[in-house]
Design a protein around this ligand. Structure first.
Ligand code: HEM
Length: 151
């Protein structure tokens, strides 16, 4: 009989991780993502934020995305709570950086042939995270003046 730990570690059959194709598919997605980042002109600014050698980052993203998609929980035990906004704070991430990241991920999803329903769900989920990470966007309206001049 399986131990409770074994049961808890098994991804749900409808998890994004399983629907994508498991570990091999996540590795392919991440490889395609960084290939896109290495070659797309619109990704040059975000590529320059990364180390020249992407092998460590590639492994971390595989581990993070596997967990994020409902697969094996490997990232958190190794690196702690994701806190992605905090981890991205050292980088200036505006709307164009967010859009460049999304363009790389969309190209990667197309390249590995993610089925359309899953692609739409992942696209929306990636976008939410990418926009949450954005940290240098100018406010759409000027901040109203403080009313210290009023008695
Ligand atoms: C919005 C645009 C984004 C930019 C410009 C960006 C950029 C970066 C950079 C420069 C690093 C450091 C890599 C290194 O150490 O070599 C990083 C790490 C990371 N990014 Fe992003 N990123 C973005 C969005 C995202 C999104 C949407 C996700 C997840 C869905 C994500 C997940 C990660 C993870 C898991 C790490 C590693 C964190 C760790 O050190 O444990 N990033 N990112």
């Amino acid at each position: 009989m399986p131990t409770p730990t074994t049961v808890a570690a098994a991804p749900a059959p409808n998890a994004h991780y399983v629907r994508l194709g498991g570990h091999e598919a996540v590795v392919q997605l991440v490889d395609a993502f960084y290939r896109a980042m290495d070659t797309r002109a619109d990704a040059a600014v975000i590529r320059a934020m990364h180390e020249p050698d992407l092998s460590a980052t590639r492994r971390v993203l595989v581990s993070y995305l596997s967990e994020w998609m409902g697969g094996p929980r490997q990232y958190t035990p190794e690196r702690g709570a994701p806190m992605l906004r905090r981890r991205h704070q050292p980088f200036d991430i505006d709307a164009s950086a967010r859009d460049a990241w999304m363009a790389c991920m969309r190209q990667a999803m197309d390249e590995i042939g993610v089925e359309p329903g899953l692609r739409a769900e992942l696209d929306a989920a990636f976008w939410k995270v990418a926009d949450f990470i954005r940290n240098t966007e100018a406010k759409p309206f000027p901040t109203p003046p403080t009313r210290t001049d009023r008695s």
